[in-house]
Design a protein around this ligand. Structure first.
Ligand SMILES: Cc1cc2nc3c(=O)[nH]c(=O)nc-3n(C[C@H](O)[C@H](O)[C@H](O)COP(=O)(O)OP(=O)(O)OC[C@H]3O[C@@H](n4cnc5c(N)ncnc54)[C@H](O)[C@@H]3O)c2cc1C
Length: 392
């Protein structure tokens, strides 16, 4: 039993958890950041930070943004979407976005949380919540190194423990829904014709996302319906199915093994604990599909909303419920756009049509790419005139 009562115990030191811990610690809160992994740790991801993420990194601190910029990231100027036939269209950002390995990016954020005053403990796996008068009052965690099981009392617990969040499961029902997909990701050196674009190649079935992450390395993700997961065992053979990807990767140039993750499309019924004392942020709260590449932005922006709500609770005893409302205001359009696109990529004929429309009207490609890059509100891409232009 750890007698010390923390203002906040943050579970998970990914982007959501480290950013929340950083903001709370900087505001003077006593914060404990726990992760079951040791850093630098790998995370299956396409490793592209949507352009608007740069603004959040800047708000997290100039030092954070400088550290990312100094890590030799790739800089992407847009996204290319390729239909199953091989027809493709490019949408451009007005600015650029960073792309870098998650081992590097997540370690930068964890270090920034540490510098801001959070206490960080690794190899500590949270297993359960403890309650105090009906409200969450801390966590129970196993220290993998020492072999102990300890209670960490806290005024607020932050569940930032990702897709299969134990905190989310303890707080209530976690929903899963279509599209149920699974992803396989690898790092490959010297891929052919990789430039300053992220690329999304839709196939029958599944899709491939790829892009540069600096130092001549390309991250490549093969995403498949859960029912076709076995195909992932033949990762490089599967890439040959996609006309715009075939022949560009050499299996002998793999620099990081293939990692698998999924299934996705999960969200928690309760981003805030019913009796108070805990909230969820990042993938622990919701994650639909990686196609739009919004997960890291959502984790970082969600952390800002979470920290604001928690600081109000710590200073005035206000309820955390405002956080759920703030998330809805901030993310409702994004959730809808992400779901529509996530479902649409399961319909290759539809993607063929949409890509054909965007080839004729490139301004629609720019608009869609900027909306999914969080540069403009998602609702701009959901306007009836835009949807008609993409479909009819
Ligand atoms: C194939 C694929 C490609 C993607 N590509 C992109 C992309 O290009 N751009 C983008 O923005 N997003 C992308 N995403 C989404 C993005 O990876 C996530 O949205 C993002 O990592 C969410 O951050 P997080 O901090 O919520 O969770 P995570 O990054 O998953 O961090 C959770 C942390 O919690 C820790 N943890 C878990 N359980 C426990 C426990 N019980 N106790 C203690 N610690 C625990 C884990 O070790 C981990 O460090 C992709 C996702 C996938 C699957």
């Amino acid at each position: 039993m750890s007698a010390h009562r923390w203002d906040a115990v943050v579970v998970g030191a990914g982007p959501a958890g480290s950013a929340t811990a950083l903001l709370l610690a900087r505001a003077g809160a006593r914060v404990l950041l726990l992760d079951r992994a040791r850093f630098p740790r790998e995370k299956p991801c396409s490793e592209y930070l949507s352009p608007e993420s740069t603004r959040v990194l800047e708000r997290l601190g100039k030092d954070v943004l400088h550290a990312v910029a100094a890590a030799s990231p790739a800089q992407l100027t847009g996204m290319k979407v390729v239909a199953p036939s091989g027809a493709g269209v490019v949408g451009r950002f007005e600015t650029f976005s960073f792309a870098l390995p998650r081992t590097r990016f997540d370690t930068i954020l964890r270090d920034a949380a540490l510098s801001a005053g959070a206490e960080v403990r690794e190899s500590v796996k949270v297993e359960d919540l403890v309650y105090d008068n009906g409200a969450v009052g801390g966590v129970i965690a196993r220290d993998v190194g020492r072999g102990t099981r300890d209670v960490y009392p806290a005024r607020v617990v932050v569940g930032a423990d990702g897709l299969r969040s134990v905190v989310a499961r303890r707080l209530g029902k976690v929903f899963g829904s279509a599209p149920r997909r699974i992803a396989f990701t690898a790092h490959v050196a010297d891929a052919r014709d990789v430039n300053d674009l992220g690329e999304m190649h839709v196939g029958r079935p599944g899709y491939v996302g790829l892009g540069p992450i600096g130092a001549g390395v390309t991250t490549v993700a093969l995403v498949l319906p859960l029912s076709e997961a076995r195909r992932g065992e033949r990762f490089f053979a599967e890439l040959q199915r996609f006309p715009g990807v075939a022949g560009r990767f050499d299996a002998r140039r793999v620099v990081r093994r293939v990692l698998a993750t999924g299934p996705f499309a999960r969200w928690s019924r309760r981003p805030v604990a019913k009796g108070g004392g805990a909230l969820l942020v990042g993938d622990a709260a919701d994650f639909f599909d990686p196609f739009t590449g919004q997960g890291i932005y959502s984790a970082l922006r969600g952390a800002e909303l979470a920290a604001t709500a928690i600081l109000e609770t710590l200073t005035s005893g206000a309820s955390l419920n405002g956080y759920a409302r703030a998330r809805r205001r901030e993310f409702a359009g994004k959730w809808l756009l992400e779901r529509i696109i996530g479902i649409a990529v399961g319909w290759p004929g539809l993607i063929e049509r949409v890509v054909g429309r965007m080839v004729r009207r490139p301004e629609l490609a720019d608009l869609l790419v900027r909306a999914t890059g969080n540069c403009i509100p998602a609702r701009a891409a959901l306007a009836p005139g835009v949807l008609a232009g993409l479909l009819l």
